[in-house]
Ligand binder design. Structure first.
Ligand SMILES: [Zn+2]
Length: 331
């Protein structure tokens, strides 16, 4: 089973108007968007992606206030609930759901979703964390760019007062913390006060991306952050966007070679071990086929990543490491 810890499925449906229930080839025929789609539900199923972390991600450039972000996140949530009703996905809400899914999946191949809030602006106040938990959310990444809660990508800063409250509310509700996009200052503050399950669903080592210099440096993890996540038994999902693999890569250039993905994974593994390395493709999040590494055209191609990993750790990286993490992170 492949586990992909980061897909923006509902964003594709709600914001881009894509019908992800179509076979991938059909969607590509009718899709007018410049980024060529790489993910649909049938493609996940055919690709043996047994579980993915599916985001509620609201674009802050389009939804500039918390109320508007909240409404948009609800529209995205509705997509996952409708798919569940139609039997197209299973939503994992607790460990018992996970066990049931693991028993059923070899027979029916249905992909399960773990719902993740990416960029917490849609949580209007920290006391709404319980509401989102009741809707099925199991992880929260407080930042994308900077939010009211935390410094984020290209917008450094620590946790705000509200951010500390959010940490407490997440802890009370047994939700996991996704460090991806969080600025390093907020990261260390959160790590100190939050003693629940942590991970980075889609983040790469900064050391391979030009270090501290580039403007996007804080989108990635310093070696110290990687070690700290590892010490807390967190798994780190390698993100597959070309620019997050090679700092000199730009849209329109030849796709990044697949072995570069292996280099990122090996760097993380050297710091924390292969059992903390996973996939968080972000395959479908604001980019498409041409922005992903060579040969990764659809979910089934994620299998190829196994070839970049030493044999004993292959199944771990493809899925088992995230599965093990979910066993303890889910309530
Ligand atoms: Zn992201």
């Amino acid at each position: 089973m492949i586990v992909d810890a980061h897909l923006d499925l509902a964003h594709n449906v709600v914001d881009l108007g894509r019908d992800l229930t179509l076979p991938l080839a059909e969607l590509r025929k009718c899709d007018a968007h410049p980024d060529v789609p790489v993910v649909t539900l049938p493609a996940l199923r055919e690709g043996k992606v047994g579980i993915c972390f599916a985001t509620l991600w609201v674009d802050p450039r389009q939804h500039t206030d918390p109320q508007s972000a909240y409404q948009q996140a609800l529209r995205q949530l509705e997509v996952y609930l409708r798919w569940e009703e139609q039997g197209l996905v299973r939503i994992l809400r607790d460990r018992a759901d996970l066990q049931r899914h693991l028993a059923l999946w070899p027979e029916d191949g249905i992909t399960a979703l773990v719902i993740l809030i990416e960029g917490a602006e849609c949580i209007r106040q920290p006391n709404e964390v319980g509401f989102w938990k009741a809707q099925g959310v199991r992880l929260i990444g407080p930042a994308w760019n900077r939010t009211r809660y935390a410094g984020g990508t290209r917008e450094p800063g620590g946790l705000s007062e509200l951010g500390f409250e959010l940490m407490r509310a997440m802890r009370e509700n047994h939700l996991a913390l996704d460090f991806s996009h969080m600025d390093e200052q907020a990261f260390w503050q959160a790590l100190e006060v939050f003693d629940g399950a942590v991970c980075a669903t889609h983040s790469n080592p900064r050391a391979l991306l030009g270090g501290e210099g580039p403007p996007y440096a804080n989108r990635h993890l310093s070696d110290a952050m990687i070690r700290a996540i590892g010490q807390r038994n967190g798994v780190i999902g390698t993100v597959l966007f070309g620019f997050f693999l090679e700092p000199t890569w730009q849209r329109g250039m030849e796709r990044v070679k697949l072995e570069v993905v292996g280099r990122h994974m090996a760097h993380t593994a050297r710091l924390v071990g292969w059992d903390k390395v996973g996939i968080g493709s972000d395959f479908d999040g604001g980019f498409g086929l041409h922005e992903n590494p060579e040969g990764l055209d659809q979910p089934g191609d994620l299998q190829k990543i196994g070839g970049l990993v030493p044999e004993p750790f292959k199944q771990g990286v493809l899925g088992e490491n995230w599965l093990r993490w979910l066993q303890t992170a889910l309530p």
